[in-house]
Design a protein around this ligand. Sequence first.
Ligand code: ASP
Length: 441
Amino acid sequence: MIKITKFGGSSVANAEQFKKVKDIIESDEARRFVVISAAGKADKEDNKITDLLYLCHAHVEYHVDYHGIFDIIRKRFIDIKNELGLSLNIEKELDELAERIPKLSVDELVSRGEYFTSRMMADYLRFPFVDAADVIKINYDGSIDFDATDENLRFIMKDHDRFVLPGFYGTTPDGSIKVMSRGGSDITGSILARCLHADLYENWTDVSGFLMADPRIVKDPLGIEKITYAELRELSYMGASVLHEDAVFPVKEANIPINILNTNRPMDKGTIILDTIPKDNSKTAITGIAGKKGFCALSFNKRNMPESVGFCRKILSVFEKYGISVEHIPSGIDSIAMVVQERYIKNCLYDLIAEIKEKAEPDDVKFIPDLALIATVGRNMSNRIGTSGRLFTALAKNDVNVKIMIQAFDEINILVGVSSEDMDNAIRAIYDAFVTEAHIA
Ligand code: ASP
């Protein structure tokens, strides 16, 4: 049995967190391959080492003395080292790093957060340290070179049956260090899981998995025990994010489950993410609800639209020209609307409308601002008659006016568009109808 265990920044923020990680690793012999993020925030006032390293680089760029910032980073590492009583001599390496900073690329500099945190963790766990620079190969376009990474791992596995590896970075074909996008250690864990044919990818963070709704909106929402990748994608897109999106693909292809777990509450089951989960008849029917504000719509009317072949294409070509992604297209007989994110459209709204008027000649154009979209997601919803009835009844009972409704054929997501000001109320209403009432009944 092989488990890849990845610990996020808050799980390694200080010596106390390191101890929790050690307990977790030592409680299960399958946890032999460990991926570590850079020390993150121990509390709200704290800073992430990665942020401080980016800040260091900004100082160099603007010719401002960076030593003050670097001293904060140095102290964080040394405090962890001393509190854990590690014998590793990182002081000298940190001092050398401090002097080399102006010559380093930004990627190499920020990668040192993961590098030093992992070195200390390897020492503390008494595991070998393997540098991600020698394992994770990244193409110039940022994609992962799985063949080269696989080969490196095969070579390393000849001598090691366990190791600690820093997340977030790898090397390009010319040997330079390249970091992934923020939160990228999740991706490193996923790559290892796939290349080492792991049975499970454990992603340890500071929450016990996903919740059925945002706890800032719904009081004490239930946790999600199991979720499919497809459901997760629908919910994450609407803002329920715990895991880096790109971490899904490597393990999904290899059919390896991901378990989101909480370093501070290791006994909690967390959430398991799987490719497929058989449908069941659970009372709740839904897996989760997520909402996102910041949408708007442009609605176009044209008399006899069904006869105007090419009308939609002409409108869409203008959106494409302006580089605006159209997220949804609700339509009527003689009208069609494009739902987009407000932030992408606000600077070009008038030009865009003028060009659409010229190209597609609509009879009328309406702008609908301040929309929120709410996704009610569940693999168990499909073919369950009455699901949408329950949802819309709940919204009506709570005086929420529905402006848009969309459901795709896979029937795992019912999307409703409401005024931004109605979003929280709508989410509470849906949660109560599907979860609270189902549990009381
Ligand atoms: N340390 C990096 C960040 O803060 C990567 C990671 O934590 O996954 O984004």
